[in-house]
Design a protein around this ligand. Structure first.
Ligand SMILES: Nc1ncnc2c1ncn2[C@@H]1O[C@H](COP(=O)(O)OP(=O)(O)OP(=O)(O)O)[C@@H](O)[C@H]1O
Ligand SMILES: [Mg+2]
Length: 125
């Protein structure tokens, strides 16, 4: 808990961190996260969650997409047009101008853009 709190403090100074919390079932992982969240000033820190599920283990970037879908209220079965609108609005809102990024995020949701049409799946970031 003290490590998480220190990291949150550094976050306010613009320094990011990644924590990997692992342990046997019922040993308090969820509780730790819940108690940590309760210590944060959520008017200064944006809390975002991306969940992953066993059934999604073969879907690339699933937890990341889950995070974006929650943040942008993308509902299951949304039409392509609506999906496109939400992604474009979400990215623009986040980055100001996100024109370079939209095709890449969009392609995670299987939206086709000319910019990503001939890119091999092996292409890195
Ligand atoms: N430090 C603690 N003091 C008292 N109770 C605790 C503490 N940590 C966890 N618990 C309790 O133990 C139970 C299991 O904790 P929790 O659900 O956080 O485990 P978990 O590691 O997330 O389990 P799972 O792997 O099944 O998701 C909960 O009822 C929780 O409130
Ligand atoms: Mg848990």
């Amino acid at each position: 808990m003290s490590q998480l709190k220190e990291a949150a403090q550094r976050l306010l100074e613009g320094k990011g961190a990644i924590f990997y919390i692992t342990g046997d079932a019922g040993t308090g992982k969820s509780r730790l996260v819940e108690e940590f969240k309760a210590t944060l000033d959520l008017s200064r820190i944006q809390w975002r969650e991306g969940h992953s599920y066993a059934y999604a283990s073969n879907i690339p970037y699933f937890p990341f997409m889950n995070l974006l879908s929650r943040a942008w209220q993308i509902e299951e079965g949304a039409s392509q047009e609506r999906l496109k609108q939400k992604i474009e609005a979400g990215i623009t809102n986040l980055l100001g101008d996100g024109k370079d990024v939209i095709p890449f995020i969009g392609s995670l949701y299987s939206i086709k853009y000319p910019e990503t049409e001939n890119i091999s799946p092996d292409t890195g970031s």
